[in-house]
Design a protein around this ligand. Structure first.
Ligand code: ATP
Length: 467
C-alpha cells in the first residue's frame, strides 16, 4: 500500500504536482534514499534542492520542493510548496490525522531514546508499532517520523527533544498525543535555560500536545516534579507518576544483577513483576514509565512485561560487549559503549552501573581485574560546566573504580579533582589517546567509555574493539 499518493500529498500540503505519483517512504537524505521514496528537499547545512536530480536518478518517486531545481525537468514528479519544512509538517499532521494510532510522545533530559526503544519492544506483539530508527526528535525529525507513519499503525512512539525554549509544544501538538511521557528533568542544554525550573517548564509543555482524554506519565521525586504536576493540573490532564517511592509506579523490591534487573513494582492496580535486560536502576525506572504507558493504553500487563523483557540498550547507550584479545591465552576484557551521550544524570547512572560490574574471564568467571572509566566532556552544560565536571569526582560509585582517564578540555576539571591514586591520563582530544589505547586496558578489566557525541570518545570504543 502506498504511503503517499500525489493526490493525498497535494491535499495535505496545499502544494501542486504536475504529474501523478505514489511513494512508499519518505527520505531527506539521498544517501539513505530507497527507490520509491518521496525525497524532501530540506535546507539544513546544504540545500536539499541541490540533490533533487540525484534523488530522482536513484529512483525517488517524487520530490517535495519549494522551486524547480536546476537540471530538473518541470514535468518531473515534483510536489511544489511555498516552504519545504512546512510542507513536511503538513504531511506529518495529515499522517497523524488519517490513522487511528495511539500516539505516545516521549521527552526528557535523558532517557528519551532508551524509553522509546523500550516502548517499541513493549508494544510490539500487541499491535503494529511505528517509531523512528534514529533519535529523530527535532523540528524536522518529528514531522519526518510522523510523515513516515503507515496509515494502519496501531501505536506510534514519537521522541520529542529540545535545544531552545518553545520547541516542544508545537511538535507535541503536531503529534496530537494520547500519552505524554517525561522521562526526567536534569541539567542538560543549560546554555539555553536559566535554571532547572526553566527546563521543567519547557518539558512540561509536552502536555499542551495531549488530545482530550490523554494521559501524562510524569517522574515523581525530582526537585522540579511539582512544576510538571502543576502543569498537568492546569491543563486538566490525568497524571500517572513514576520513579520515587510514593509515586503511583515505584520499585517495591528488586534484584540488581550484572546482566539484568528483576523488579517488583508497586502500582495503583497491584504489584507488577518485570525484567530489564541490562543493569542499572535508571533503566528500571524508565521501564516503570513504559509499563505505566502500556496500562494507560489499556494493554495486558503480562504481555507488556514480556515485550519489555526483549529490550536491550541501543548502541552507544550502555551496551556491554566482551572483547577477546587473545584466543590462545583466552584473555579479554568487557567494554561498555556509552559514547553517544553524556550529561551529569546519565554520567552518574553509567558510573553506578560500572560500579556493580565484576571483572570476568572469557567464560564469565569473576576474576581479578580493574574497573576503568574513560570519560569525555559533557557538552552544552552552560556556565557551571567545569563545576559539574569536577563534581563527578564526588560521585559515590567513583570509590569502586581503579582508574579514570579524562578526554576533553572540560574533563580537565575532573582530572584535577580526582585523588592521585585514581587519576589516569588527561588528553584534550580522543585522537591523542588513540595510539596509546592498548596500554590502558589489561586482561580482565571492565572499561566504560562515555562522553558527549561531539567529543568523539566513540573513536576509542572502535579502537578498543579492535584490540
Ligand atoms: P539524546 O536526546 O541525546 O538522544 P536521550 O534523552 O535520548 O538523549 P538516551 O539516548 O536514551 O537519552 O540515553 C543517553 C544516556 O543516558 C545513556 O547513557 C543512557 O544509559 C542514560 N540514561 C537513560 N535513561 C536514563 C535515566 N532515566 N537517568 C539517567 N540516565 C539515563
Amino acid at each position: 500500500m502506498a504511503l503517499w499518493t500525489s493526490t493525498e500529498a497535494v491535499k495535505a500540503t496545499g502544494g501542486t504536482s504536475a504529474v501523478g505519483w505514489s511513494a512508499e517512504g519518505v527520505s531527506i537524505d539521498t544517501r539513505a534514499l530507497r527507490p520509491g521514496d518521496l525525497f524532501v528537499a530540506l535546507k539544513d547545512v546544504r540545500d536539499g534542492h541541490d540533490f533533487v536530480a540525484q534523488a530522482l536518478e536513484k529512483g525517488a518517486a517524487a520530490a517535495l520542493v519549494s522551486r524547480i531545481p536546476d537540471g530538473v525537468a518541470p514535468d518531473a514528479p515534483l510536489l511544489v510548496v511555498p516552504d519545504v519544512l512546512q510542507g513536511l509538517e503538513a504531511l506529518g499532521r495529515a499522517a497523524r490525522a488519517r490513522t487511528g494510532a495511539r500516539v505516545i510522545g516521549v521527552t526528557g533530559s535523558v532517557g528519551k531514546t532508551s524509553t522509546k526503544e523500550m516502548l517499541r519492544a513493549t508494544l510490539t506483539g500487541q499491535g503494529r508499532v511505528h517509531a523512528a530508527e534514529a533519535s529523530y526528535n527535532n523540528h524536522w525529525g518529528v514531522p519526518l517520523t510522523l510523515a513516515r507513519m503507515p496509515a494502519d499503525t496501531d501505536f506510534a512512539v514519537i521522541e520529542i527533544g529540545m535545544n531552545h525554549p518553545g520547541e516542544i509544544a508545537p511538535l507535541a501538538r503536531m503529534a496530537d498525543l494520547d500519552v505524554a511521557v517525561i522521562t526526567t528533568v536534569a541539567p542538560a542544554h543549560l546554555f539555553s535555560f536559566d535554571s532547572l525550573d526553566g527546563i521543567a517548564v519547557e518539558k512540561a509543555s509536552i502536555l499542551d500536545g495531549l488530545r482530550k482524554g490523554g494521559t501524562a506519565v510524569l517522574p515523581e521525586g525530582l526537585p522540579v516534579s511539582h512544576i510538571l504536576l502543576a502543569k498537568a493540573a492546569a491543563n486538566n490532564v490525568p497524571a500517572v507518576t513514576f520513579a520515587a517511592q510514593g509515586a503511583d509506579w515505584h520499585i517495591a523490591s528488586a534484584q540488581w544483577g550484572e546482566e539484568a534487573s528483576a523488579v517488583q513494582a508497586a502500582t495503583p492496580k497491584g504489584p507488577r513483576l518485570f525484567r530489564v535486560q541490562s543493569p542499572g536502576r535508571h533503566f528500571a525506572v524508565n521501564a516503570l514509565a513504559v509499563l505505566a504507558v502500556a496500562e494507560a493504553l489499556g494493554l495486558d500487563p503480562a504481555l507488556s512485561a514480556q515485550g519489555l523483557g526483549r529490550w536491550v540498550p541501543p548502541a552507544g547507550r550502555g551496551q556491554r560487549e566482551r572483547i577477546v584479545t587473545d584466543l590462545i591465552d583466552d584473555t579479554g576484557f568487557d567494554l561498555i559503549d556509552d559514547a553517544f551521550n553524556a550529561n551529569p544524570a546519565s554520567m552518574a547512572a553509567s558510573l553506578d552501573v560500572l560500579s556493580i560490574l565484576n571483572p570476568k574471564d572469557n567464560i564469565g568467571r569473576i576474576q581479578k581485574g580493574r574497573r576503568i572509566a574513560i570519560l569525555g566532556d559533557m557538552l552544552e552544560l552552560g556556565e557551571t560546566e567545569l563545576a559539574l565536571h569536577a563534581a563527578i569526582a564526588e560521585h559515590p560509585a567513583m570509590a569502586s573504580l581503579a582508574i579514570v582517564h579524562c578526554v576533553g578540555p572540560r574533563m580537565k576539571a575532573l582530572h584535577d579533582a580526582l585523588p592521585k591514586a585514581r587519576r589516569g591520563e588527561w588528553v584534550e582530544t580522543a585522537a591523542e589517546l588513540l595510539p596509546r589505547v592498548a596500554s590502558l586496558v589489561d586482561a580482565g578489566d571492565v572499561v566504560l567509555v562515555k562522553g558527549s557525541k561531539g567529543i568523539k570518545v566513540s573513536l576509542l570504543v572502535d579502537a578498543l574493539r579492535k584490540l
